[in-house]
Each structure stands twice: as structure tokens, then as C-alpha cells.
Design a protein around this ligand. Sequence first.
Ligand code: PLP
Length: 382
Amino acid sequence: MEIANRLEGIGEYYFSKKLREIDELNKAGKHIINLGIGSPDLPPHPDVIKILLEESIKPNVHSYQSYKGSPVLRKAMADWYKRYYKVELNPDTEILPLIGSKEGIMHICMTYLNKGDEVLVPNPGYPTYRSAVILAGGKCVEYKLREKNNYEPDFDKLEQKKLKKVKMMFVNYPQMPTGQLPTKQLFEKLVAFGKEHNILIIHDNPYSFILNEHPESLLCMEGAKDCVMELNSLSKSHNMAGWRVGMLCGAKERIEEVLRFKSNMDSGMFLPVQLAAAKALTLGKEWHDEVNTVYHKRREIVFELLNLLGCKFSKRQAGLFVWAAIPAGYDDGFAMSDDILLKSGVFITPGGIFGSAGNKYIRVSLCSTIENFEEAIRRIKN
Ligand SMILES: Cc1ncc(COP(=O)(O)O)c(C=O)c1O
């Protein structure tokens, strides 16, 4: 069967392929330590699971749910934005619950892009931005994020580009994969840039609670709703990656536009999941502190591992990963990753999967146990 042209240039997702390869190695008895993917291994808060259990037993919770999500969940999302980000959102009109933020990236592209419309995407950056733009018929225009520029867009260079056809720009701070935190000045520049060029800025914000004392939202900037939509997620912040709960926040008109597309794609989320997610969003700072204490300890050992590998890295990174420059001697992060996998049975993500600007880097996930990190160090030493 001939596949659709829109899949041209879109391969299977890197991790989908790599995990199969790792599976094969494990079946052959290799016991690979996977330090690749950012899927939290810690459980959600017990109260969250309790709500899921209690609600699932009820007889009247199994029907289709509203396309706009339960009012209880939307209110919890609005309260969460107010409490932690100091952003006011109307729960009835300015929030759209999502089945994970990844689907939101696709919905936004399908809602706004016509064939040939251009979208600014970060290099390095989350690969889904690129594939969603292409699948929706748009054209990616990369902007490079460089270490010497604190992984911020170079606005002078952006201004030199022809921006007439650019309709949207994807940004993501704390940035994945570089771990770069945002500054107020950066947020100001992004909103000003969006307004000046009539570009919809899509801020993808799933990492603000991880190894970061001050979660920030781009929507807190004055007048941001005029040109910004923000994606957020419970996957990383609440250890609920498999539950698939995220949200899109922005102006009423934008939410209605995206709902017009999304309501044709799915039929809502299981109500007990929504009610449990609402519970998760009421958790206090002490819960996030507890989770971050674990990540802090793990990160110290990851620093040790990276020193052993001869990598250079900043200790001021947020999010679930450590991003590190590879030592001389390897052509790129792919060669280094393959070498470590082959010789030590440890998988580390090559930075090049996030774009060419990541070629000389690797990324280590913090979603593994201390014992695994220690075993990885032992194997690499041997
Ligand atoms: C930058 C970034 N955005 C979005 C996502 C998707 O998260 P979700 O689980 O909410 O779909 C990820 C997941 O790895 C990510 O790294």
C-alpha cells in the first residue's frame, strides 16, 4: 500500500526504534541500562491513585466525556496556574485539557497551518515540533540555540530572516534538551517578537517543576495572551506520563479554534483520570520538593558519570536530563552513544536527535535509580 505524501521525511520516532533495539539486546541477555528516555519512574502521589480507584468503581463514570474536559479539572488547572505561575485563566474559556501535551502540538499545527506556512522551530529541540509542522503541511524554519548564547534564540538573526510567511514559533523553557532556564528578559523579547511580527508563540512548558525552584509561565508577561499559547503537562511534574494529561492555555478565541479541530479527533478523557489529575494539581510545594530531592541526588551521580566520560556540562540545568558536550575523540554524540552501548551496555541519548546543533552533545535522563547510575559507572570504568 502506498503511504500518503505527508509522511515523506517523517521517520518512525527515534525512541520507538531505539527501544526495540534495546529490547532485542535485553532478550539476548545484555541487561542494558537505559538512561535515555524522560519518563518518570517515581509514582504519583498516593492520594491521586486513591481518587482514580474510588472514582473508577462508580457505575456512572464510564460514558463519553465533554470535549472540553471536566469543569473540575479545568478549575484545578486554573487554580494551579494562579497558585504557582501567578497567571489568571478563565477555567471555562481559556483552558483546554489535553491527552498529553504531545497531542496538543499536533492539534495546534492542524488548526493554524496551511500548506507552505512557515514555523520557527528550535535546533536543538523536541523533535515532535518538526514532525507535527510537516504532517500539517507547514514548513520548518530552524533557529539555532547555542551554548554561548545561553541557548536563547538570537533575535538579531531572527529579525534578518524573511518572516512574512512565519505564522508560529515553538519555544520551550526550561529547554529540552539543554536544561536552560528562562529569564524575564527572554520572555519579554519573545512576547515583543510575537506581537511585532504577528507570530503565534507556542510555549511548551512541561519541565518547570523539575529541579527548578521558581516555575515560570510565558503567560505571566503583560499582554501575552495576544500572541502566546502555552502547553503544559502532568507527565513530568506529577509523575503521570502514562496517564496522558496535559493542557493548552491561552486566549478564548485560540482555545475555541483548537477545540474545533481537536473535538473531531477524540471523544474526551476517562472521568476518573480527570478527577485524579485535578487532585494532583492541588499538591503543595512540599510534594514537588520531595520529588526534586530524589532528582538532586541522582543528578550528583550523573555529574560523576559525565566526568568519567570526559564530558563538559553546566550544573545549572532544569528538567529531567543533564545535557553535556562530548569529549574530543568522538565524531559526534551518535558515535559516543553507540560506543557506550556496545562496550558497557548503557544507553545514553545522542544530542543529534534533537537537531544538528546537538551533534556534539549527549543527554542523560534522571529517570533511573541510584543503583542503575552506580552500575553504569562501574561498567564504564571497567
Ligand atoms: C519538550 C517536551 N514537550 C512535550 C513533551 C510531551 O509530553 P506529554 O507527556 O505531556 O505529551 C515532552 C516529552 O518528552 C517534551 O520533552
